[in-house]
Design a protein around this ligand. Structure first.
Ligand SMILES: [Zn+2]
Length: 67
């Protein structure tokens, strides 16, 4: 089993094809969200990040108190 590239003592849960990197749960986010990624359409990391952002928005985080 592969370990996280930032945390060698943790098992990696996902693999980033763009950066050729293994990531653990904590590192599970796209390192360069603004950069075009050819693997993005099938990227689990990007998918999870998008889901997470949707949750943030649904929770109203960062909403400027609009009436
Ligand atoms: Zn990690």
């Amino acid at each position: 089993m592969n370990s996280c590239s930032r945390h060698p003592n943790r098992p990696a849960t996902q693999y980033c094809q763009k950066n050729d990197r293994y990531l653990c749960d904590e590192c599970l986010r796209c390192p360069n969200p603004m950069l075009y990624c050819i693997h993005r359409v099938a990227c689990v990391i990007w998918y999870l990040e998008r889901e997470r952002r949707r949750e943030w928005q649904a929770a109203g985080t960062g909403e400027g108190g609009r009436v």
